[in-house]
Design a protein around this ligand. Structure first.
Ligand SMILES: [Zn+2]
Length: 186
């Protein structure tokens, strides 16, 4: 028996509606319940061997301050006695930076961020260089245990997983980034 046109259209609409519901319920955020700092602060500091140039430090401090003003109680504090921010070779085709998170049980116990010394860096957003503050703000998001995002709706977010020369938009947090730190730490 042939289906009527109306029935076909109805089935198609129902399928589209179902697809929309599935798409709408897919989380588009950088956070979920997972490892986190036990308290409401974490400490960052420079590699004692001096791999981080002094003119990078204001840019990295700005990145921490950006998260500190996100509306959460959590604070990223600079500490002279802590050495966990480095610059080292990660390969010319390697990532801009790498953040390793170690933990015990459900809590984060230490974090190390390495900026790729094989890339060319800028602190002023020069178009052909990698921006320290853009990358530092993104990497500090990983310190909090926010994830990389790659969706079409994620491109303006700090936790967008794709960066590159001349990119500075991840210096500033979008609402979803702020929701992430508040969700994890209050
Ligand atoms: Zn990332």
């Amino acid at each position: 028996m042939k289906k009527s046109k109306g029935l076909q259209l109805g089935a198609m609409l129902a399928a589209m509606l179902l697809l929309f519901v599935v798409l709408a319920s897919t989380p588009a955020s950088a956070y979920s319940a997972g490892p986190r700092w036990q308290g409401t602060s974490a400490y960052y500091g420079w590699d004692w061997w001096g791999s981080i140039p002094s003119d990078w430090k204001p840019a990295i401090r700005n990145a921490a301050a950006t998260w500190n003003s996100a509306g959460s109680v959590f604070r990223l504090n600079e500490d002279f006695w802590t050495a966990n921010v480095y610059k080292a070779s990660l390969g010319v085709n390697g990532p801009q930076a790498n953040t390793d998170v170690s933990g015990s049980g459900q809590y984060i116990t230490s974090v190390t961020t390495t900026f790729n010394g094989d890339k060319t860096w800028t602190t002023t957003g020069e178009s052909n260089k990698h921006d320290v503050q853009d990358v530092a703000t993104h990497e500090f998001g990983h310190w909090l245990f926010l994830y990389d995002l790659y969706g079409t709706g994620d491109t303006e977010k700090t936790m967008y997983g794709v960066g590159g020369p001349g990119v500075t938009k991840r210096r500033t947090l979008e609402q979803d980034d702020k929701d992430g730190i508040i969700y994890l730490y209050g």
